[in-house]
Write a protein that binds this ligand. Structure first.
Ligand SMILES: [Zn+2]
Length: 295
């Protein structure tokens, strides 16, 4: 357990996080569409190896392998009843590799739409996020990262559930796509609106990750928009390694570690102090960014 809060440290300097986990699981043999979270209990050696590689690359904050770890998301693999077990195990695995660093309990979208747009009642989704958050904290997470959110109602529910579970801090990170009218989520949400909803729900920090078509300059634009409406809030940024393209059966990310390291300064200049990567980034990307960011 880190003695100093990540939020406190990130007010004074850049903290480097890890990179993509889902894409690393696939490189380690997870079949497309397989249950990556199940590996926290069933193949812990492979998950630990990914965490260790990121820690050795210089990541000070490690995400848990729980992006799809809510009961509702796990139900698609018939593993909903394992939610508590898998999240607790995930946090313990990241804890084991983090050393003096931090563990961020990762909460991704539940994978559907809330009522009235969809068929999932808010109270059911909120209790699924709450259960996940509690298990992550029990397993040793220092705080929570709610990430890749695109809908404001789901974002707010997840943040509230994390705070209610007793998380020392909750970072709310949103996935924006490049559009003609600027960065917007798949649900049409602008950064300013996302920031307002996240802070209103109790988020301690704001972030941008994943999304489509945003280069580093696009992420920097999102960060500046956050800064305009929330000047004192800690900002996280975890870009993908470029925009994916499909090559045969494989999804390929083109941004090399060297290119990403050349451009990552834009994120720090725009005010991000918690920086890492999302899909397609690897331990080599994090190792290349480390000296640039001086983290
Ligand atoms: Zn991603």
């Amino acid at each position: 357990m880190q003695s100093r809060s990540l939020m406190e440290v990130a007010r004074g300097r850049v903290v480097l996080t890890d990179g993509g986990i889902g894409t690393e699981l696939q490189r380690a043999g997870l079949e497309p569409g397989g249950c990556g979270e199940c590996w926290n209990a069933d193949r812990p050696d492979r998950v630990s190896a990914i965490h260790r590689a990121y820690a050795e690359a210089g990541a000070e904050a490690l995400l848990t392998n729980t992006f799809g770890g809510s009961r509702i998301a796990l139900d698609r693999h018939g593993a909903g009843d394992r939610a508590r077990e898998l999240n607790r195990a995930a946090a313990a695995l990241a804890r084991g590799a983090a050393g003096d660093g931090w563990v961020l309990g990762d909460i991704g979208p539940f994978g559907g739409f809330l009522e009235p747009l969809g068929e999932h009642p808010a109270d059911v989704v909120e209790s699924a996020f709450r259960e996940q958050a509690e298990a992550l904290l029990e397993g040793g997470a220092d705080g929570l990262l709610v990430e890749t959110m695109t809908a404001l109602d789901e974002l707010a529910l997840a943040v509230r559930a994390g705070k209610a579970a007793g998380a020392p801090f909750v970072i709310a990170s949103v996935a924006f796509d490049a559009t003609k009218v600027g960065p917007r989520t798949m649900m049409g949400v602008a950064p300013e609106a996302a920031a307002a909803a996240a802070l209103d729900a109790g988020a301690d920090a704001l972030g941008a990750n994943c999304g489509t078509g945003l280069g580093m300059a696009g992420y920097a634009d999102v960060l500046r928009r956050y800064r305009d409406v929330a000047p004192d809030t800690v900002l996280l940024c975890r870009p993908n390694a470029g925009t994916p393209r499909v090559e045969g059966q494989a999804v390929v990310y083109d941004l090399t570690p060297e290119r990403m390291a050349t451009e990552v300064g834009l994120l720090a200049d725009a005010g991000a102090t918690v920086i890492g990567g999302c899909c397609g980034t690897t331990p080599a990307h994090i190792a290349a960014m480390q000296p640039v960011l001086g983290a």
